[in-house]
Ligand binder design. Structure first.
Ligand code: GLN
Length: 452
């Protein structure tokens, strides 16, 4: 019944929301029937889920919202998808996103944008806007996202939903279509903190098929969320990042953030201002590291191995076919990043760009480490502005990149962070971000649940 209700809801509203690129009605109902027959039990057995289209699903189309992968059906499941299936969670379908997870608005999807359920003329965030919008529109109770620079948290913030980026290596990357391998982190999206934690617990944990997977016990995020619900934060030190409280945010976003901070103080938390002087270089460092890794990862889309092949008329050389395929198959943002990344990795430029960005990354990690000697978690708004109207940030890439101002430092460090709804600004949702030390994911869930 739960799966059917959500499939019906998708059928009723998704022509307006466009959260899904593919709906797997049959597969979802089959999985739900297995739970009905008592074949699978567990806390989330029978709870349906939407999966971002950058995650491979065996036999179900997976495009990463790119023309270059149109029609591709993966021959295997990502580890996290295997875990969803094992937990008895019916997969409703695949959600829309910016092409190859590059963007903050879903406007770079090759299949058209997703509309924010709060205002259909506005963006749902990105790159995982489809997952967040599906939850906000009650098309799915839970969803999977991936967060390379904020793509779980920022869509959560602008759709009034919860999104968590686990510790890098805490959730397996096996079966994700790689964007920036040293940053990519799959994670949970939901409407409440406790639901987010329940899903986190299903997908997290060591995977020998991912060489950067952490072989340690997963922090008890479900218990932390339950403890947080009792609302007692006495003894918890919240660090407000000084560099994030300037005039970078819209006034309504700053106001909602401050109000929530006061609410946390009433629950017993102590607020300490901390300085993270290198956070101001996070955005430029990320926009060298992520494109560099993407230029290497996306080399596999050559018209030979997967999906689209353009101009193969028997008379053209392999190079010509590759070049025509990539010209036709990649959208403008993906091309921009491949070109930036190829340049940054070129011999002679490597030290000046990629090498330099890696050094900045180390300084940002040290900022986090010294901050966590003084406080338990760091807090900030999730993103500087509420959902913006379509088209308002596409003409200048930098304006789009600014959406990631507060989310990116965490990715460069590798720690966990969560976005929780914290009120409205001009009638649109604002997100509150809580960042924790690596492998202390439980800490952020406790504070997030108290705030909810
Ligand atoms: N907006 C960021 C980017 O465009 C984040 C993407 C992500 O987290 N996948 O790179």
């Amino acid at each position: 019944e739960v799966a059917t209700a959500h499939l019906d809801r998708i059928a009723a509203v998704d022509d307006r929301v466009h959260a899904f690129l593919h709906v797997d009605r049959e597969g979802a109902l089959e999985a739900a029937a297995a739970v009905d027959r008592g074949e699978i039990t567990g806390p989330l057995a029978g709870v349906p889920i939407a999966v971002k289209d950058v995650v491979t699903t065996k036999g179900i189309p997976t495009t990463a919202a790119s023309k270059i992968l149109e029609g591709w059906k993966p021959p295997y499941d990502a580890t996290i998808v295997e875990r969803l299936k094992k937990a008895g969670m019916p997969i409703l379908g695949k959600t829309n996103m910016d092409e190859f997870a590059m963007g903050s608005s879903t406007e770079y999807s090759a299949y058209g944008p997703t509309n924010n359920p709060w205002d259909l003329g506005r963006i749902p965030g990105g790159s995982g806007g489809g997952s967040a919008a599906a939850i906000a529109a009650y098309e799915a109770p839970l969803a999977i996202g991936t967060d390379t620079g904020g793509s779980i948290r920022q869509p959560g913030a602008v759709t009034g939903t919860v999104g968590a980026k686990p510790t890098y290596g805490g959730t397996s990357r096996y079966g994700l279509i790689a964007f920036s391998s040293s940053l990519d982190t799959p994670g949970p999206c939901a409407r409440t903190v406790e639901d987010t934690a329940l899903l986190h617990a299903v997908i997290a944990g060591h995977d020998p098929r991912d060489s950067t997977s952490i072989n340690q016990a997963v922090p008890d995020v479900v218990r932390a969320a339950q403890i947080g619900k009792n609302g007692d934060l006495s003894g918890v030190k919240l660090g407000v990042v000084k560099e994030f409280t300037g005039d970078g945010s819209e006034p309504g976003v700053s106001a909602a953030f401050k109000e929530s901070l006061e609410a946390l103080v009433k629950l017993g938390a102590e607020v300490v201002e901390v300085s993270c002087p290198h956070f101001q270089y996070a955005l430029p460092a990320y926009y060298l590291i992520a494109p560099s890794e993407c230029s290497s990862n996306l080399a596999r889309f050559d018209g030979v191995r997967y999906g689209l092949r353009e101009g193969d008329d028997g008379n053209r050389s392999l190079e010509e076919v590759m070049s025509l395929t990539r010209e036709a198959g990649f959208g403008p943002e993906v091309k921009r990043r491949i070109i930036i990344g190829t340049y940054a990795l070129s011999s002679g430029y490597y030290d000046a760009y990629y090498g330099q960005a890696q050094k900045v990354r180390t300084l940002i990690t040290r900022d986090f480490q010294s901050a966590f000697e003084k406080v338990d978690v760091l807090v900030s708004p999730t993103t500087p502005f509420v959902a913006f109207p379509f088209g308002s940030r596409t003409s200048d890439p930098y304006q789009m990149y600014l959406a990631d101002l507060f989310t990116i430092p965490t990715n460069l460090y590798g720690g966990p962070a969560i976005s929780v709804p914290c009120g409205l600004s001009e009638g649109l949702p604002v997100g509150f971000q809580i960042m924790a030390p690596t492998m202390a994911d439980d800490r952020m869930y406790r504070v997030a649940a108290a705030l909810e």
